[in-house]
Design a protein around this ligand. Sequence first.
Ligand code: MN
Length: 471
Amino acid sequence: MTKSSAHAIAGHNAAPDLRSWLQRLSTTDRLAVARGGVSLIDELAAISKRLELDRAVLFPSPGQHSIPVVANIFADRSWVADSLGVSTDQLLPRFQEAVRNPLPWIEVKDAVVQEVIHREVDLLKQLPIPKHNEHDSGPYITAALLIARNPETGAQNVSIHRCQVSGPDRIGVLLLPRHTHHYFRMAEQAGQALEIALVIGVHPACILASQAIAAIDEDEMEIAGALLGHPIEMVKCKTNQVRVPAHAEIVIEGRILPKVREPEGPFGEFPQYYGPRADREVIQVDAITHRKNPIFHTIVGGGMEHLVLGEIPREATLLEHLQRSFGCIRDVRLTRGGTCRYHLVVKIDKTNNGEPKNIIMCAFGGHYDVKQVVIVDMDVDIDDPNEVEWAIATRFQADRDLVVVSGAQGSKLDPSSDQGISAKMGINATKPVEAETMVFKRIHVAGEEAVDLSRVLQEDPKSAFARILTG
Ligand code: MN
């Protein structure tokens, strides 16, 4: 990091932003800094992958570019909890509270993110955009919040999309069938472009909030404000009506063009496969604004940061969704093996033998990505895949406890689906409410937890063993 940007971080203590989180990572020995000159093509992503379970990594002047790049800003759920200032077990409740009580943002006139304005745009010259997985079609912007406005109501939506650099001022974008896609269809049917902004380099709370499964026209930046405990400051873009976080590092302003589709992909995605090349929507870029010394955030597609970022907000919103209808829901996990999107485990305090199947059906409706739901009892540790499998092995009978739905909406990125048409499977791995206590009583050795090994074991086992053999 240069002296001037270090000074900017030290002198900056107002709004929580990307820098305040990187500062926190640095002071807690979780931020590595690479040598200069790492290539933006493959090498930056390769180094990030090697460090992904361990440390964030900052690349000064990657590919001789003057703007540094940061990756791996989350390694696991404890980092996410830390970024929100709560303990790991308070993470989902804290997020739920923010979803329930969003905090409207406030508009400001001046913003650091507009200190430098480029109206002549050349994406690869002006920004250090990496290529990540081996067969990606080229450089991708992967960690940008896409902010769009409902063309009729002006309500803003925030989401993350993979953004392929298709030309100096052109971006190919994948819009999955949620809110941004809906706004775009409204604009396109009226023959208009959809004004958008791509926001790069924000506080983790903003990125997490963007992944909440909120209702359409619920502005995710209000959830971010609630997570941070004070309203996000937003500023109007220079070339359109979209409002963007004033403390972001970089903003790309543009429009998704009506009736235009161009090839996008392949791109390495969270299911650990490449999303295929196809004709997709196109963003025409109108301007780039940024801080004087901006930092560019990138996420390696399918890497741990990608999985964790989607996992926590989805868990919290699925928990909220299920708890609205069922009093017995205690916790949920989107498992690592299920790519933190497809497989949901639900822990319940069961009171009725019919509950699990209702919960399974409700979870299928919570998000189209959810493909498998396993319901377990209170005595199962849902952070341990072996415990969940044990519950299935000993409490589940396929002819009685299995729910299968065919031909439902699923994930287009699941290669086993038929263009996103997918089957759903629910597994009730709970014991019957009326089960006799001893039938489902987990075995346990009395006194195991209280054993003090230093008191009961001999210090020199080799000689003790030799003495026993010789009598
Ligand atoms: Mn939304």
